[in-house]
Design a protein around this ligand. Structure first.
Ligand code: F0G
Length: 401
């Protein structure tokens, strides 16, 4: 029904082979469906509730899925912030409204289902936090053990709390995410755990549905689709999904795929700016947006193609710009997101100010994770609560009334 294909040399592999990179050249793999023989009707999709599984004909799972009703996240029109920036058509899709509070659930409902379909007994991932939280949740639902590797001291507390509470074996390594991923990959190859980082082509299949949903919610193809970029899996996944819709004749153009990175961790931005064939890894990535504190994005190859083929852009934003947008989304739109998530909208503010994008564009920004993921960064930016004696005069005085 579908197979795996190397994105570089085109070698194909059967769908039931447990494999993460091309055996011939070592490059990334993608799931390929026989789109010309599939009979998918948009009307059929439209009759189903908006969720990851609305699009099941374009997903690899053939068993009853491990699901917690992920997807179906709101698409908000950012009226106030859009007005400030001079944009009439600025939207944010709040992926923090997924079961574990980030877009990773779209990938994990598919990835953990595939683990069962492929008869794997345990799962593993390296993570800057959200992937580990999501894997722990879906492994719990599936009833299989999960191992997660985190960079010690660099994961927001809400995410660690989730991974622990949902029962994953949580390992903190004295090293960064990039090293944690190498170790997890080696562990999976040597000990047979199923690797659920975004190098896993099946997990990315679930993530592409955020693009499908945004199109369905907007009722048209936006001019631009903007995502924060860390390991670069998400931007690649959404682009692949749009290409499939185009091949099926459901859309006639693709949005300009636009990736935003944190300034201290921006190898993809550099590769696009300097027109490099591949990214040069950053040895010591640093940013307040710990979710995207990644120096060697494993999906960079796919992401560079996505940005270049669609005429998109890659831009970086400083920690200050990220935090300012986190506060603006919270206070001017009522949308609570973690720092990495604010990067997409902060990037748009910057691109509008520098004149790099047109103010008439219809823009969808993905905001990737919930505010409560990283309460420490929130508390640091806000005035502490005013503590008073428990009487009315003290209250009136504290409110300066
Ligand atoms: N936003 C958030 C909140 C994330 O957690 C991540 C990635 C991204 C954006 C970037 O997505 O990696 O597909 O480019 N978090 C991963 C993790 C790395 O381990 O949770 P990407």
């Amino acid at each position: 029904m579908y197979h795996l294909e190397c994105v570089s040399c085109g070698t194909t592999f059967p769908a039931d082979e447990v494999i993460y990179t091309c055996k011939k050249c070592g490059h990334l793999l993608a799931v390929k469906y026989p789109l010309d023989t599939l009979t998918i009707k948009r009307a059929t999709w439209n009759k189903r509730p908006i969720s990851v599984w609305r699009y099941r004909e374009l997903l690899p799972v053939t068993i009853p899925p491990v699901t917690l009703q992920e997807g179906g996240t709101p698409l908000y029109h950012l009226e106030r912030l859009g007005k400030e920036m001079g944009l009439k058509h600025l939207y944010a899709k709040h992926e923090g409204m997924n079961p574990s509070g980030s877009f990773k659930d779209r990938g994990m409902t598919v990835g953990v289902s595939m683990a069962l379909q492929l008869k794997k007994k345990s799962v593993a991932c390296a993570s800057t936090g959200n992937t580990s939280a999501s894997l722990a949740v879906y492994a719990a639902k599936a009833g299989i053990p999960a191992v997660v590797l985190l960079p010690a001291g660099k994961v927001a507390v809400g995410k660690v709390a989730q991974a622990l509470m949902h029962g994953a074996k949580v390992i903190s390594i004295r090293g960064n995410f990039d090293r944690a991923l190498e170790m997890t990959h080696d562990l999976c190859l040597s000990h047979g755990l199923y690797l659920l980082n975004s190098i896993n082509p099946f997990r990315l299949e679930g993530q592409k549905t955020m693009g499908f949903e945004a199109l369905d919610q907007l009722g048209e193809v936006p001019d631009r689709f903007v995502l924060p970029v860390g390991n670069a899996g998400n931007i690649s996944a959404v682009h692949k999904g749009f290409m499939e819709l185009e091949e099926l004749g459901f859309i006639d153009r693709l949005p300009k795929m636009t990736g935003i990175q944190a300034a201290g961790s921006s190898p993809v931005v550099r590769a696009i700016r300097e027109n490099l064939a591949e990214v040069i890894p950053e040895k010591n990535p640093e940013t307040v947006a710990t979710a995207i504190r990644i120096g060697a994005p494993v999906n960079a190859e796919k992401a560079l193609t996505a940005i270049r083929k669609t005429g998109g852009i890659a831009e970086s934003v400083t920690d200050e710009e990220i935090l300012r947008m986190q506060r603006d989304l919270a206070r001017k739109e009522g949308i609570g997101v973690e720092p990495a998530s604010a990067a997409s909208v902060a990037g748009i503010r910057k691109l509008v100010e520098t004149g790099a994008i047109d103010r008439d564009e219809k823009i969808v920004c993905i905001v990737t994770g919930h505010l409560l993921k990283d309460p420490d960064t929130v508390i640091k930016q806000c005035e502490p609560p005013t503590e008073i004696d428990a009487d009315l005069p003290s209250l009136i005085s504290a409110l300066h009334l």
